[in-house]
Design a protein around this ligand. Structure first.
Ligand code: G3P
Ligand code: MG
Length: 244
């Protein structure tokens, strides 16, 4: 029988194109994922931007903290050349641009709310809500995730119809109370720290269980048997090839 191995393209198809760019998002469908995961944080002038690190240093030709640069400063940077010459000209997408694409393409979107030390969680949540409202994307296409339980709690208050997923590297012993607090839909954990017992507890409690970021299917063969519902991976195609 054909087994379904569901995947989320982590930062887009980040094995083939520069992470968190439109180029990486446009590969998702052909690489076999319905879901896209992105990282979101605010520019200095309060615009939700799609970028992972606290600084632009690794993934652009610029230097500096995202939170200290304006939208126009961030948009001047090249976000593709570091990955390969054919991607020169890629820009850091805004959340608004990404939502427009996702809505049109019919993907599901996992918006990871990135909270770095000193960030204003409420400002991030408010601005993300505003952009989502303006996009008119069906809320059923979105899932929020975050390592920051407070960010998810705030999202529950201001945009309750969007599902919430708690990120943990390792699922803690007090998981239930934190999940209960945010009325969570899902748990997203590092596949390297998941145990069969923890997986069972999460599944028995009725949550979706996702693992990040296994890039080789052979690393997680037993995880599927433990009940993991989806892998968040840089290389979704690898799972399409092995799903039988
Ligand atoms: O959503 C899973 C994964 O993206 C969490 O870690 O650092 O890749 O954002 P990170
Ligand atoms: Mg992420």
């Amino acid at each position: 029988m054909k087994k379904e191995h569901k995947t989320t393209a982590h930062r887009g198809v980040s094995s083939l194109a520069p992470e968190n760019t439109m180029a990486a998002f446009k590969l998702v469908k052909e690489q076999g994922s319905q879901w896209i995961e992105i990282d979101v944080q605010l520019s200095a002038d309060g615009v939700p931007m799609v970028i992972h690190d606290q600084t632009v240093n690794r993934c652009t030709n610029g230097r500096g903290k995202v939170s200290e640069m304006s939208l126009s400063q961030l948009k001047m940077l090249d976000a593709g050349g570091w990955f390969g010459d054919m991607y020169v000209g890629e820009r850091i997408p805004t959340l608004a641009e990404t939502l427009m694409y996702v809505k049109e393409a019919g993907h599901d979107l996992n918006i990871e709310l990135k909270v770095y030390p000193g960030d204003n969680v409420h400002a991030l949540c408010d601005k993300v809500k505003l952009v989502i409202d303006e996009s008119e994307i069906p809320l059923s296409q979105i899932l929020f995730s975050s390592f920051d339980n407070e960010a998810l709690h705030q999202m529950m208050r201001i945009l309750p119809l969007v599902r919430r997923g708690q990120l943990w590297q390792k699922i803690p012993d007090d998981a239930y109370s934190l999940l209960h607090k945010i009325e969570a839909y899902s748990v997203h954990c590092d596949y390297r720290f998941l145990t069969e017992q923890k997986a069972q507890l999460i599944k028995e409690a009725g949550y979706q269980l996702y693992c990040y970021t296994p890039n080789f299917p052979e690393l997680v063969e037993k995880h599927w048997q433990w009940g993991v519902d989806m892998m968040i991976t840089d290389d979704p195609k690898a799972y399409a090839l092995t799903a039988d």
